[in-house]
Structure formats: C-alpha cells, structure tokens
Design a binder for this molecule. Structure first.
Ligand code: SF4
Length: 424
C-alpha cells in the first residue's frame, strides 16, 4: 500500500499542512469547483488523444483504488513481455510513492516515459512532476531511454484531419529530473514523517494557499482569519461615472460564451483558438424584458452564424454592456463583426470599467468574475460559477446542454443589476 502519490507529493511541496489534512482529515476539503472540473475534463480529453499517437497500448488504469498494488505488479511484468510495446497509465510504486505514467513506449531495449500536458508551454510544476516520476521509475529499475513532457504545439494550424505528430511537441526533462533526485528523496522521507504526526503542522495561511494551485483546504484554514469579506468594497466614483457615461442610452446586455478548445476543431485554427458558441442578448422596451438566445452546441461548425445574428441583434442599441475577462472588442473585430468603429463605441466591458475605477474587495482579489463582483455588490445574493455554463455546454447530454440558455439569461440579468447599481 502506498503512502504518497504524485498529487499528494505536489500538495506537500505546496504546503505540509495541506498534505497532512489530505491524508488524515480529507473530509475537511472544499467542494470541487466547477472551474476545476472543467480543467480536469480538458486534461483528460487531450490525454486520450495523445494515446492515439502511440496506438495499440494496454491501459493499466485500475477499476478501483484497491487494485493499484495489483496493477503495479502487472506493469512490471508487462515491461519484460516482448509482445507489449506501449502502456497507458502504467502504475509504478517505489519508496511508498505511487505514480501513474500517461504513456510508456518501448524504445529499443529501453523504455521512453511520457507525461502529457494539455497546455501550450511547460511550467516549473510540470518539471517537478516529471522529476518525481523519474525518481519512482528509477527506483523500480525501469531501463529508461528518456523521460519527456508531451504538450500542445502553439504553432500548429489544422488543415483537414488532425495531424497528431504536429499537434504535440516533446521535451526531454531527463537532465533536470536527474539533478533533482536527492531533493525528492529527502522530501519523500520528510512528507512521510509529517503524515505520521498526531497533529497537523502549525502553518499560517499565506501566499501558498493559492500558489501554484488553490488549496482545497481554503475553507477550513481561512475560517478563523479576521474576515475581510464582510467589509464594504472600495471604488472611485469619479472615473466610474466618466467611464459609464449616460444611463439613458438605449442599452442591451450581451452575454457571450466563447470556446477555446485545446485541440483545433476547424481548418485554419490553432490550438486554443477562440470562437463563439452561444450568446444571449437582454434588453428592455420600458415595460418588458426582451431576450434573444442563440447557440450552436448541437453542431459547432455553425458557429459563424453567430456573427451575423449578433450584428442584427445589436443594431439599434446605443450601448452594449458585457462582462468579460478578455478584450471583447478585439475578439469580435477578429471576425469583422459590425463596422469596427461602431462596435468599439457601443461595447462597454463592465469588468474593465470597474477595474479602471479601482473596484477593490477581498472577494475579487484573486478572481474578478461577475459572480464575485455581484456577490460583493449585493452581499445577500448569490450567482452560480460561470464554469457551470462551460461544463454544461460541452456535455454529451442534451438536457445539460439545454440548461445553458437559462444560465446565460441569469448571468445577463445579474450583469444588468450590477450596471444599474453603478450607473447614474
Ligand atoms: S489553506 Fe493554506 S495553510 Fe491551509 S492547508 Fe492549504 S495551503 Fe496550507
């Protein structure tokens, strides 16, 4: 039975208390956020695609956690079976530490270890991950020709069928991993000691709670910290009123749902190219709300229809309010949507306006989302996480996909409330 895994080791590097709590008090964890679930799904999709570049492998994923030990034995047996050339999710265990390797491929009389990442570049955390895997693989006496990170090629442009050999790039991290081995051995010994302690280490909350990942014990550790969340927000009204201008403009609220697939879907696209997959426009004729919804979730190839429909829907309004983390004007201008000058003039990104007006509050410090702004401005109200829409939009289930229409409308109404709260 193992004591550490790759994820618990990484936790220990981030914060020893997080490691201790995870192993001894896992019930104190926060609920998994929608954002984390969306990221997890993206990683899994890319991992499965990466396997296709090394076809015919055996998947070693155990059907239950109790089978990890059995799978580790089978993995070692497979290494000496000349009929097996590729394994996915191969399980290795050494020094009470268990890892699952995304792909391992026979390379002459050795093996090439590959860890797949769905990102466009390599981070120091990924390098450390790989160094831990190398430590375990070496400990298991696996003859390694190399250990590599396989990630997405930012320059790849899709033309016709996906060319997996161009979509992915490889980088050897063997030299780095080699240098890091003593540190890993010491860390593992230390982490095993920590886990055995009768009490959790006394570590105050700090920057480590959000770096490199948001810790899942946030709720537990921060509950006794003097609560800045109850303090009112700060804003500088002078620039705010200047930026917001006249409230009497005829106004529409626009909620756009962009999709940035790691793997390009259409010809001419690069990885993470952005396109519109749904939108909702909310306006009011003085008496009634008028709502227009559109999406192409049943057939993403129809996404370009959104451009003309948006142009039609937004004509006639003097002002279009949205809330987005990206530069909406730049995103829309890429598609020559509307005459660019008219669009520039009309669209107001409330997120940018609030940031430029010095809107500050503990709740928006790490995540300046509509949900957090809304709940700061209206402390007795709540809004769902935006990632709920993304997860439902990408679901295989038609009923879940249909839920996004209502959610886009709800977000748009929340946006209108925030706007009306500030506009004079
Ligand atoms: S919330 Fe902060 S202090 Fe608490 S376990 Fe996590 S990283 Fe450590």
């Amino acid at each position: 039975m193992h004591i550490l895994s790759k994820s618990t080791y990484i936790k220990g590097e981030q914060c020893e208390k997080a490691l201790y709590l995870f192993k001894n008090r896992p019930f104190l964890r926060d609920k998994l956020s929608m954002e984390q679930r969306a990221k997890f799904k993206r990683g899994t999709d890319v991992g499965i695609l990466a396997q296709q570049l090394f076809p015919g492998g055996i998947n070693m994923t155990p059907s239950s956690p109790s089978l990890f030990g059995k799978k580790a034995i089978e993995t070692m047996q497979n290494l000496s079976n000349p009929d097996i050339n590729v394994m996915y999710e191969a399980v290795f265990q050494y020094d009470d530490t268990l890892i699952m390797l995304d792909i391992i491929v026979r390379d002459g009389d050795k093996w090439r270890a590959i860890e797949v990442k769905s990102s466009l570049s390599i981070s120091p955390t990924y390098m450390k991950d790989a160094a831990l895997q190398y430590y375990v693989l070496k400990g298991c006496n696996v003859p390694l020709s190399d250990i590599q990170l396989m990630y997405i090629n930012a320059d790849y442009v899709r033309e016709g069928n996906l060319d997996l050999s161009q979509l992915f790039v490889f980088q050897s991290v063997k030299d780095y991993a080699e240098q890091y081995q003593d540190v890993i051995a010491k860390n593992i010994a230390h982490f095993k000691d920590i886990i055995k302690q009768p009490h959790s280490p006394k570590i105050p909350v700090g920057n480590q709670c959000d770096t490199p990942y948001r810790c899942e014990f946030h709720g537990h550790c921060w509950k006794d910290v003097p609560n800045k969340l109850n303090e009112p927000y700060i804003i500088d009204y002078k620039p705010l009123y200047e930026l917001l201008g006249n409230r009497n403009y005829s106004t529409a609220f626009l909620n756009l749902l962009f999709y940035r697939p790691a793997v390009p879907l259409f010809d001419g696209d690069k990885p993470y190219s952005e396109f519109i997959i749904a939108f909702s426009v909310l306006s009011n004729n003085g008496k009634f709300d008028k709502i227009y919804n559109w999406n192409c979730l049943d057939d993403l190839s129809r996404w370009k229809d959104s451009l003309e429909l948006l142009a039609t829907q937004l004509t006639g309004f003097e002002r279009v309010i949205c809330f987005a983390s990206q530069n909406i004007q730049a995103s829309l201008q890429k598609y020559n949507l509307l005459e660019s000058k008219e669009l520039n003039y009309k669209i107001l990104n409330l997120r940018e306006v609030l940031q430029q007006s010095g809107f500050e509050h503990e709740k928006v410090k790490n995540d300046f989302s509509l949900k957090n702004v809304y709940e700061t401005v209206f402390p007795d109200k709540t809004l769902f996480e935006h990632s709920r829409i993304i997860l439902n939009a990408l679901s295989d289930n038609l009923m879940e996909r249909n839920l996004i229409t209502n959610d886009l409308e709800l977000e748009n109404k929340a946006l209108r409330e925030v706007y009306q709260h500030f506009a004079r």
